[in-house]
Design a protein. Structure first.
Length: 276
């Protein structure tokens, strides 16, 4: 519930301030109590909430929904890499980006497409990397910043892909490359050559893998890596500055955009199918 009296820890400087202070007396942060809602937001998106588990759960849920929306596509085997592949219609319904969606100006698909996957192997591979990198990025940047990094990296990757090729595309791999780029920035800024070298090796292996395998969106990989790298420089790290209320709000905004975007895509595509 909204807190109207008392105090809280300023998310910018870590000092105790009044909940109704217009600015923090220690760091001049605007409305550290956010009109009484800051404690609620800090509990929702705090260190105890594993947002990358939420990401994994969302990917798995949307993958299952895509299979159910177009079950006939499951039987259309096109090789080992396409086992349990959702159909194109179902993926457009849930927010695939590129192609027709981008031509129609559906910008929100830059975010919704992150959580969609095209086969069993695709989602297993990406979930493995999300579970591997997510905790490290959360520890370094904080949960809200890590979530924002994941979404901005993926969205920027898809933006680059849509501009360069405009091919229908989905998947969290651009976001994964964004996480790699962000961790490399951290390693460089902290002078950890061993960490940076290991992460560079992973990134190079994944880039090469993308060129060797068919149907891989290398533009999204490159864009996601660049997006994560740039965002990491701008955001800073948790040991330098605590996560601000604004960053928590931005993380919640990305959740809202993704949910509303899925609803928009579903209603628009389904409406067109019914009208046709």
């Amino acid at each position: 519930m909204r807190q109207t009296q008392g105090s809280l820890v300023c998310s910018h400087c870590g000092k105790l301030v009044g909940i109704n202070e217009p600015t923090c007396p220690f760091c001049d942060a605007w409305r550290p109590g956010l009109y009484g809602w800051a404690p609620v937001l800090q509990r929702l998106v705090g260190h105890n909430l594993d947002l990358f588990s939420l990401i994994v759960a969302s990917c798995v849920t949307l993958y299952a929904i895509a299979l159910l929306l177009q079950p006939e596509a499951i039987t259309q085997l096109r090789g080992m890499l396409s086992i349990l592949s959702p159909g194109g219609r179902a993926l457009y319904q849930l927010g695939m980006t590129g192609g027709l969606a981008w031509q129609l100006g559906w910008w929100w698909t830059l975010f919704t497409a992150i959580y969609l996957h095209g086969s069993l192997l695709h989602i297993v591979f990406n979930v493995m990397w999300i579970r591997n990198l997510g905790p490290a990025v959360t520890e370094v940047f904080g949960p809200a910043r890590a979530f924002v990094l994941f979404n901005l990296g993926g969205a920027f990757g898809f933006l680059v892909s849509n501009v360069m090729t405009n091919t229908p595309t989905i998947g969290a791999s651009g976001s994964i490359f964004g996480l790699l780029g962000a961790l490399i920035v951290y390693g460089r800024r902290r002078g950890s050559s061993m960490m940076s070298q290991q992460l560079w090796q992973w990134a190079i292996v994944l880039f090469v893998f993308g060129f060797l395998m068919p149907g891989i969106n290398n533009w999204a990989h490159a864009g996601g890596f660049a997006g994560g790298w740039g965002c990491a420089y701008l955001m800073g790290f948790i040991d330098e500055q605590r996560e601000s209320t604004a960053m928590v709000l931005l993380a919640l905004a990305f959740i809202a955009v993704t949910l509303i975007g899925i609803i928009l895509s579903f209603t628009k595509v389904t409406g067109s199918l019914l009208a046709g």
